[in-house]
Design a protein around this ligand. Structure first.
Ligand SMILES: CC(C)(COP(=O)(O)OP(=O)(O)OC[C@H]1O[C@@H](n2cnc3c(N)ncnc32)[C@H](O)[C@@H]1OP(=O)(O)O)[C@@H](O)C(=O)NCCC(=O)NCCS
Length: 186
């Protein structure tokens, strides 16, 4: 259960002091390039509370990622049971979002590896999926680094993205099984 720890990071629940970081992760244009919405501070504060409660209840969701060296929140990463309107539901999704000044340091892959380990051991899941807008090369690169595999036949138009944003609709689907993860990481 969280907090989880890696060499450089602590994956922990959100705290009130993280509100500014959470807001940037929901409003910064570079971070949100592949999302059809931006959250203002009030919406972001509400989300922080919602995610915090979910982590308290379930033990997981999209957690805060704190850099051990500075104690600062640099992004979010975690797992979530996907919404029932998704074409491949039910499934467990893994995802990530980091502040731009912390890109290119391996933090997304490092935190996601820990969440995969948690999914296959603590939660005893058989498979974890991830999806992204087809053009989101930085995100699919994380999936590949994790050893996830693309399933082109399962690519889909995201049901929650409106026709106003045709360039954000098409998503690619990647997945990794427990056996594949164990073979790569043992
Ligand atoms: C997607 C996202 C998290 C990827 O971030 P990232 O920094 O590229 O990914 P990682 O943290 O795995 O870092 C990997 C890079 O760090 C480099 N790196 C530097 N030091 C490293 C270290 N000590 N260990 C590992 N990698 C290191 C790697 O070489 C790699 O660089 P490269 O991309 O030039 O090959 C980031 O682009 C982001 O937040 N985007 C906006 C939000 C978003 O779209 N989220 C996904 C929605 S589906």
């Amino acid at each position: 259960m969280i907090p989880l720890e890696t060499d450089r990071l602590i994956l922990r629940n959100w705290q009130t002091k993280d509100a500014a970081a959470m807001h940037r992760l929901n409003s910064d244009e570079a971070v949100m390039k592949f999302f059809p919405f931006r959250r203002n501070r009030i919406e972001s504060d509400l989300l922080l509370e919602t995610v915090k409660n979910k982590i308290d209840e379930k033990g997981y969701s999209f957690a805060a990622v704190e850099l051990k060296q500075t104690g600062r929140v640099v992004g979010m990463a975690g797992i979530s049971d996907i919404a029932s309107n998704m074409p491949f539901a039910p499934a467990l999704e893994i995802g990530w979002r980091f502040l731009p000044e912390y890109w290119g340091k391996g933090y997304a892959t490092e935190s996601a590896l820990k969440w995969l380990e948690f999914s296959f051991t603590a939660l005893e899941k058989e498979e974890v999926v991830s999806f992204a807008v087809a053009d989101n090369i930085a995100s699919t690169a994380v999936m590949k680094r994790l050893g996830m595999h693309h399933f082109p036949e399962l690519d889909f138009d995201h049901p929650s993205v409106s026709d106003e944003y045709p360039q954000l609709k098409r998503h690619v689907l990647y997945a990794i099984s427990k056996d594949q993860f164990n073979a790569q990481n043992n």
